[in-house]
Design a protein around this ligand. Structure first.
Ligand SMILES: C[S@@+](CC[C@H](N)C(=O)[O-])C[C@H]1O[C@@H](n2cnc3c(N)ncnc32)[C@H](O)[C@@H]1O
Length: 259
C-alpha cells in the first residue's frame, strides 16, 4: 500500500488492502448519530470495528473521539455502546479521556451546555508507547503516597522531589475559526477536531516513523499533525470533496518540507 496517502473510498475498502497487525495507532472521529450531513455518509460501525481490530498491531492504540446526539428527550448512548463493542471484540478500554471544549456552542433547554466529547483509548493489549504530557507540580516534593496508617498517619512509599507530573485525562481545548487550526481551508469541513488534540494524542501513543491511520480523515487534521511529528500516516475519506480539501491543506506542509 502507498503510505502517506488519503484513499478516497469507504474505509472498509482501504482496510481490506491492509495486512493484519499493520498500523501502530488509529486516531479518528467517526460520523456519529447522523448529527451532520456528510457527503456519501455510510457507516457500518460493527464491521469497521472488527476490521480495526485486525489491522491494529498488538500493543497498538485507537483513539476514538465521539459524542452522543440528544433525541426524543434522551442522549442516544451510542458512544458507550460503541466502547463496549470494542471491548467485546478484544480491545481493552484503556482510558476514557475527555475532550473538553472551553467554548462550546450554547445549548437550550433543561440541560447544562454540552462541553465535552469522549476520547476513548482502546488498546490491543498494553500500549507499546506512552509518552505522557507533563505539567509542573504545584506542591513539589511529596509523591507516591502509600496509604493511611492504622492510627491515621500518612505513610509514604517514596518521597521524590519532582518538578513535573503527568497530566490528567481531561484535555481542554478552545475551538472554532482560527483556533482549531490556522488553515482556513479546513473550515470547509463541518466537523474538524483541533490540531492540538491530534498533536497530544499522536505524541502520547506513538514514536517517530510509526504508522497512524485515520479511517474518517475529513479535512486531514490527523495527516498534517502526523507528518509534523515525523510519523507516517494513512487515511480514508469517502467524500471526494473532503479529500480535495484535505489534500490541498496537507500539500502546503508536505510539499514544502521536501525542500
Ligand atoms: C467527524 S468527520 C472527521 C473530521 C476529521 N477528524 C477532521 O479533523 O477533519 C467524519 C468523516 O468521515 C467521513 N466518512 C463517513 N463514512 C465514511 C466511511 N465509511 N469511510 C470513510 N470515510 C467516511 C465523512 O465524510 C466525514 O468527513
Amino acid at each position: 500500500m502507498e503510505i502517506n496517502t488519503i484513499y478516497n473510498e469507504n474505509c472498509l475498502e482501504t482496510m481490506s488492502k491492509m495486512p493484519s497487525n499493520f498500523v501502530d495507532m488509529v486516531l479518528t472521529s467517526p460520523p456519529y448519530d447522523d448529527l451532520r450531513e456528510y457527503e456519501g455518509y455510510n457507516f457500518d460501525f460493527e464491521t469497521i470495528a472488527k476490521e480495526l481490530f485486525r489491522i491494529v498491531k498488538e500493543n497498538g492504540v485507537i483513539i476514538w473521539v465521539v459524542g452522543d446526539k440528544t433525541e426524543y428527550g434522551s442522549e442516544t448512548g451510542t458512544s458507550f455502546k460503541q466502547a463496549l463493542f470494542f471491548k467485546e471484540i478484544g480491545f481493552n478500554i484503556h482510558d476514557t479521556m475527555i475532550y473538553y471544549k472551553n467554548n462550546p456552542m450554547p445549548t437550550t433547554g433543561k440541560r447544562y451546555h454540552q462541553h465535552f466529547e469522549y476520547m476513548f483509548a482502546f488498546s490491543k493489549g498494553s500500549p507499546k508507547t506512552f509518552n505522557p504530557l507533563k505539567e509542573s507540580t504545584k506542591y513539589r516534593g511529596i509523591a507516591n503516597m502509600k496509604n493511611r496508617g492504622k492510627n491515621g498517619t500518612l505513610e509514604y512509599d517514596k518521597i521524590e522531589r519532582t518538578e513535573e507530573k503527568k497530566i490528567g485525562n481531561v484535555f481542554c481545548y478552545s475551538i472554532g475559526g482560527g483556533i482549531s487550526t490556522k488553515d482556513k481551508i479546513a473550515y470547509q469541513h463541518p466537523a474538524i477536531f483541533p490540531e492540538q488534540l491530534a498533536y497530544d494524542q499522536i505524541y502520547t501513543w506513538t514514536d517517530e516513523d510509526d504508522l497512524v491511520y485515520d479511517c474518517f480523515m475529513g479535512s486531514g487534521t490527523t495527516a498534517k499533525i502526523a507528518h509534523q511529528l515525523k510519523r507516517n500516516w494513512l487515511g480514508s475519506e469517502i467524500s471526494k470533496e473532503y479529500v480535495n480539501i484535505a489534500q490541498e491543506r496537507i500539500n502546503q506542509y508536505t510539499i514544502r518540507s521536501l525542500f
